[in-house]
Design a protein around this ligand. Sequence first.
Ligand code: WQD
Length: 330
Amino acid sequence: MKVLIIGGAGYIGSHVARRFLDEGFQVCVLDNLSLGQRENLFAEAEFVEGDILDTVTLESVMARGWDAVVHLAAFKAAGESMVKPEKYSVNNITGTLNILNAMAKEGIKYLVFSSSAAVYGEPSYLPIDEAHPAHPENYYGFTKLEIERFLAWYEKLRGIRFSALRYFNAAGYDPEGRIRGLEKNPANLLPVIMEAAAGWREKVQVFGNDYPTPDGTGVRDYVHVTDLAEAHLLSLKYMMDAGKSLTVNLGSEQGISVLQMIETARRITGKPIPAEIVGRRPGDPAKLVASSAMAGKLLGWKARYSDVETLIRTAWKVYSQISRQAVRAT
Ligand code: WQD
């Protein structure tokens, strides 16, 4: 099986590339390295440095013939998307249309697409299932929802099957330590906590402790990136076996609060991890937890590495090793 993984040098993309290589697939990674990193590349996978907005490169790579495409190349900072919507329109939407058009031209029939729980917006009930209304509250989530609509049309008109994987909060690192690229300027909670534990950041700012949750801080459904990678593989097999597209939530179905994450990290790392309660971040819902029953039913998927201990332990294994290297290097 020959698979093109677009965005395969990124945090999630590299874990997907690893899983597909472990399955014995022939993998080519196409990435512009704007967010992805060379250290996330594997010797067994071919690498093409290219941008999904460069249709000449994209079409020449696509013309080499692939059984399937996995597309994780997107900008994903919800806050930034509200101040720079143009950047998200062009890269996320136009970039994906370029991919779909190149696939249609080459008759490639399977696309695994990285979608997001951000399509839902403020929850009207919990846990969130796929029938929940989709009213994105940020432009990033809007781009993901609009792309899902394009996918439905390209299936109808060009026979491209798709799996739209609505990730909740991706976290953790490969338990075997094979992936070590750190996200650049992270805004997400766990990398921020890890940077504070490693001493690269003075403290963690807790965005509000007056939410209607047990300890007042935001509750999220964190899902291990290795569990996400497994779902990418299972969804491709499902499309090929069942001849159907699917849209599924990928979450642990467990809610963890900001303070729980910080306290668990202090225990596991042995570091103080200073934290300061500050004001709420605009647009943050109090609680987001997935129902992943559909992924369980269709794919037999279940999160296996997404307990808070494993999320933090696997992340700390990477951050602590790099911080030691950094200290030695100084
Ligand atoms: C988690 C919790 C914050 C940082 C975002 C995107 C979403 C998806 C996942 C791609 C919240 C709190 C955070 C900090 C904090 N991305 N927090 N201090 O906002 O749930 O989702 O990432 O698909 O589209 O919106 O993730 O990690 O930013 O926040 O208190 O320094 O941690 O308020 O409760 P979020 P997050």
